[in-house]
Design a protein around this ligand. Structure first.
Ligand SMILES: *Cc1c(COP(=O)(O)O)cnc(C)c1O
Length: 388
């Protein structure tokens, strides 16, 4: 290398293209923490390509670190996990009435059923399904309304007695679990308990009962039941902002151009930024098509040579500009867009705050043209100590 690069070794990798590194040891560590906090089993939620981290890799890592089942939205996502050779129980909870129910049963995929329409379509399409009945515990957007719950339970029990399906589980979801004092939490828990009594009264025996996602797993043991259903926490996002979870993504890119400009030079679409004095600008080949939120223009930062540099002007579809200032960074050097923060680089949370979006939106929105690479999970520290 002709330039002495003072970034951390992690970001100093030579590379001529943007690269997203996924640290599976972070996902393993987060899984172990969340499994310890769960009174029951842990279901690893790997929807939306494992929150943008790679569904198969996150699933494998989480199963090896203490999760015992997997959760996704669509049947197609569940089938992709099966195709990758994962055999753990998988639940798919968001499907159209005319979904491929037979395909789910054929691949041993459990399905959540939120309505009579879904139940009737399922029993017409196939036999042998493993069903989790889904109750609206306050979200108000999905799950069976309490008004229709007893009817759904009776119909499911009838289908069960006819040998058409088995109700193995029951699920709910809490809307405000990141705010522990919100009264909707106890209301949701109570409604879930009522729903379970109602199901039992109808003759059902749902053995896998799950209400808590990441926030309630961390904050509300009363919501744990037999299984917690955790997604964001696995990848280091804590919506409750109470717990030190480890971010798993590092996004880097080379400076593809560096230029010196005079004070008064305006740059980018709309000329939203004008240099107050002479400076050097670096061009980063990542834009909103790659998932950098345009709303973070003029607010976010990146890191080069160990120093923070501001993003100036508009983030456009394919590129962003940083003001290198006094940094001597040269063309070809690697810029860190975000990482876990260990070396002072910006984090996904900082980008989310700069853009006024959720961290979830950043990690699930990274574009397909960014090359992905995985850092393998290491065994837990205790295991390492025992072999020394
Ligand atoms: C996404 C999702 C989860 C996971 O929630 P996190 O807060 O990311 O842990 C759990 N349950 C349902 C129904 C979901 O849609």
């Amino acid at each position: 290398m002709s330039h002495p690069v003072r970034t951390s070794p992690r970001t100093a990798v030579a590379g001529s293209a943007p690269r997203l590194e996924i640290d599976l040891s972070a996902i393993a560590a987060n899984t172990r923490l969340l499994a310890r906090r769960s009174t029951g089993d842990l279901m690893a939620v790997v929807k939306a390509d494992g929150f943008g981290h790679g569904a198969v890799a996150v699933a494998r890592t989480a199963l090896a670190a203490g999760a015992s089942s997997l959760g996704v939205t669509s049947i197609a996502e569940a089938q992709a996990l099966r195709a990758a050779g994962l055999h753990a129980p998988v639940l798919s909870w968001l499907n159209a009435v005319d979904a491929d129910w037979a395909g789910a049963v054929g691949q041993d995929v459990d399905v959540a059923i939120p309505s009579r329409d879904h139940l009737d379509a399922l029993t017409r399409a196939t036999i042998g399904a493993r069903v989790h009945l889904s109750l609206d515990t306050g979200m108000g957007r999905d799950g069976c309304s309490p008004v229709e719950w007893a009817d759904l339970c009776r119909a499911a029990r009838m289908a069960e007695r006819q040998g058409r399906l088995t109700v193995v589980g029951m699920m709910g979801h809490l809307p405000c679990a990141d705010v522990p004092e919100d009264p909707s939490n106890s209301r949701g828990r109570n409604r879930f308990s009522w729903g379970l009594m109602t199901a039992r009264a109808a003759g059902l025996r749902p053995t896998v009962r799950h209400l808590a996602a990441t926030s309630a797993t961390l904050l509300d043991p009363l919501a744990h039941h037999t299984t917690t259903r955790v997604g964001a926490g696995l990848v280091g996002i804590d919506p409750s902002r109470t717990t030190a979870l480890r971010p798993a993504l590092t996004l880097t890119a080379p400076l593809v151009e560096v230029r010196s400009i005079h004070g008064g030079t305006s740059i980018g679409y709309g000329h939203t930024w004008t240099a107050p004095g002479p400076t050097r600008l670096g061009l980063v080949p990542l834009g909103y098509a790659d998932g950098l939120p345009r709303s973070a223009s003029g607010r976010a930062e990146m890191q080069v040579r160990g120093e923070r540099v501001p993003v100036v002007g508009r983030i456009s579809m394919d590129m962003a500009v940083v003001d290198l200032g006094a940094s001597g960074a040269e063309v070809g050097e690697i810029v860190t867009v975000f990482g876990p923060g260990d070396a002072g680089e910006p984090t996904v949370r900082e980008w989310a705050d700069a853009a006024d979006v959720l961290e979830h939106e950043i990690v699930t929105g990274l574009g397909a043209r960014v090359a992905r690479g995985f850092r393998p999970a290491r065994p837990p520290a205790a295991a390492l100590r025992s072999v020394r």
